[in-house]
Design a protein around this ligand. Sequence first.
Ligand code: FCB
Length: 491
Amino acid sequence: MVGAVPAGPEPGADHRRTGDVFGPDFVLGAATAAYQIEGAADADGRSRSIWDTYSHTPGRIANGDTGDVAADHYHRLGQDLDLMASLNLDAYRFSISWPRIQADGTGPGNPRGVDFYSRLVDGLLERGIAPVATLYHWDLPQALEDTGGWPNRDVAARFAEYAALMADALGDRVPTWTTLNEPWAAAYLGYASGVMAPGRANGAEALAAVHHLNLAHGLAATVLRERTAPSTTISVTLNLHAARDGGPGGPEAVERVDAIANGAFLGPMLRGAYPERLLADTAHLTDWSFVRDGDAALIHVPIDVLGVNYYSTVTVRSWDGRGERVAADGHKPSAASPWVGSDEVVEFLPQPGPTTAMGWNIAPEALEQVLVNLAEAFPALPLMVTESGAAFTDVVTPDGAVHDDARRDYLHRHLVACARARERGADVRGYFVWSLLDNFEWAHGYDKRFGIVHVDYETQRRTPKDSALWFAALARDRVLGAPGPGLRSRS
Ligand code: FCB
């Protein structure tokens, strides 16, 4: 559905004006997620999510880190809103913590939890920043996991109820909604490889989770459509995998990965059916009987924008069964594979650098190609890059500055990729940096810093890095500029 993304040289740096290539309405924003920044784990009636349980399980997270405090955003809302305004953001993409709204994932909304997001939305609007609200960025209420989690169909119905609560509470002020962030990660990393919450490892259950996440998306999109103004933009964010052919059996391996990673979501959401390839490749694990009559229509409902998260590529080939299978797919190594049904068949090869601190290869040309391939596959659907960014080992100078030239260069190159995709016909409407703040990077804890704003976790002091100053100038002047030395923070 996204197809193969050939390896190729990155075109040279591009110095054009964003106003020329993106148009004045192109959205420049930053993104975060609730569990990664909010902290305040017990505040105001919030209950545990699967990430609280997972992060408190010894051995799951680097250094035993948890999101209990994180960047303490919940208690620093006003300061963080002012920070966003100082960076000239057009929009801010945040996620709502389901267990703040419904402690047990069911029943009426918790007014104190709702109030936090209401104040966030009002604060954004007062500052001229457009809110982009994501309903689910992986923090399922633990109480729903205890009923079976996403492999249990009932969770999709609970999600639709939660969507209705939020639509009623914020629908009058939030212009753009995203149902799910990266259902790929929620299903396959959460339930197949177990390197993310809830940490289960069962391929068949992961496929049931895929379906129920798709169903949850469709039900929530319908609820949002019914309960918000006609002008409301409804979207979903997928992390589409850009797969490259890595030699013997490469095309077959690309097809498999494309079906599991991309077609499993794009198919039902945008075409009304799962790819035959996916059903065939997983037939030895499940008969897909969890898909009921009528589900296809519930999932295949119109959306207004497709959100695309992009970080790097994978390079694959067929495994000949000899030697040790190479599994350099960029995800945390695990005994069980997230590549359900293809784990014994596909190899993921190490890729040429340069790489970020995550070990992910930097390949902006693949972002361009993903956007172009999507535009060809779904011509009428606008696209939005909802996450793009990089972790690097930041060095804080004695006066607190961070000269993160590599991150600025990364962002610049990926914005150029968006511009080029637009020139090639892709209707790319915006770009959100991952992330506004350094934060809790899931299994990597606080070791990996993705923020354009540095967070000192001892003092909670925020310091814009050079990349933030560069991005702020871009958002103000709409001049893409050269990726050269640029602005310096302090020293
Ligand atoms: C994405 C997640 C986001 C962040 C980045 C680095 O997969 O959506 O929360 O962790 O990766």
